[in-house]
Design a protein around this ligand. Structure first.
Ligand code: OAD
Length: 235
């Protein structure tokens, strides 16, 4: 049986499949990944752009970078990989989709039960009152909170920051319940997401990995791009 057929079979038999995605699922939409040849972290320094210290030092530079990414992503569309998840969710309506991505493409594709681990480019959060607002201005590099006048920051989890406890709670419930974890397009270096595969595998849960360069040795590896492989699991 070939790998795709095996994966399709596992998905058909699964009662509670769960997806975990990373930047690779958006690669075929034209959104750059972080690592690898043309990755964002090859050309930009995370400590200057994606840490609370960087924001305290120079909020305008940090906003400029996020505004640029927001503008870039707003010109891209979900690809066949995102859309295939909709079809899989028709068969598995309870299926969760945990993403490390902040590009909003899962929502735009119509995926349901989404958990955004690292925030969302199209939201901002007040550093004073913690209010979260939708924020789509591509030019303003010093936005302020309309409620309290505090400084707004991108609603993104930066290096050195903890994930939102409510988000962690939802993730843990999905991880405890799942009987099949499908991991798409992540290099598996950023925790806690990097630990999800081993967490579920410890209780015998099967893991499928979709990636042109798979990294999880105990997974059923489907080597290829998300937009190419996922439609084979959704049809
Ligand atoms: P990475 O850039 O680290 O990894 C992208 C992965 O996608 C690699 O394993 C690629 O092989 C794979 N890939 C490339 N093209 C693909 C395709 N067409 N289909 C499927 N996979 C493909 O991105 P993440 O693992 O998501 O954090 O990075 C994790 C976190 O690190 C991000 O959420 C971000 C970053 O710092 C924050 O911004 C907080």
């Amino acid at each position: 049986m070939d790998q795709i057929k095996l994966a399709r079979d596992l998905l058909d038999k699964s009662l509670n499949p769960l997806f975990l995605t990373g930047a690779g699922i958006s690669a075929e939409s034209g959104v750059p990944t972080f690592r690898g040849e043309n990755g964002l972290w090859k050309n930009y320094r995370p400590e200057e752009l994606a840490t609370p210290e960087a924001f305290r030092r120079d909020p305008a530079v940090v906003w400029e970078w996020y505004n640029w990414r927001k503008s870039l992503v707003s010109q891209k569309d979900p690809n066949a990989g995102h859309l295939a998840i909709n079809f899989i969710q028709e068969r598995h309506p309870e299926m969760g989709v945990i993403t490390q991505n902040v590009d909003g493409l899962h929502q735009r594709a119509g995926n349901k039960n989404l958990v955004e681990l690292h925030g969302n480019l199209f939201f901002a959060r007040c550093v004073k009152c913690n209010g979260i607002v939708e924020y789509q201005d591509y030019d303003n590099n010093s936005p302020q909170c309309e409620s309290c006048g505090g400084r707004l920051r991108p609603h993104i989890v930066w290096f050195g920051e903890q994930l939102d406890p409510e988000v962690i709670g939802r993730v843990n419930r999905y991880l405890q319940k799942t009987d099949l974890l499908v991991i798409v397009g992540t290099s598996g270096v950023v925790y806690p997401a990097a630990g999800f595969a081993s967490t579920v595998a410890l209780r015998g849960v099967k893991v499928i990995e979709i990636n042109p360069e798979p990294v999880i040795d105990f997974a059923l590896q489907l080597k290829g791009g998300a937009g190419e492989v996922l439609p084979h699991l959704s049809g």
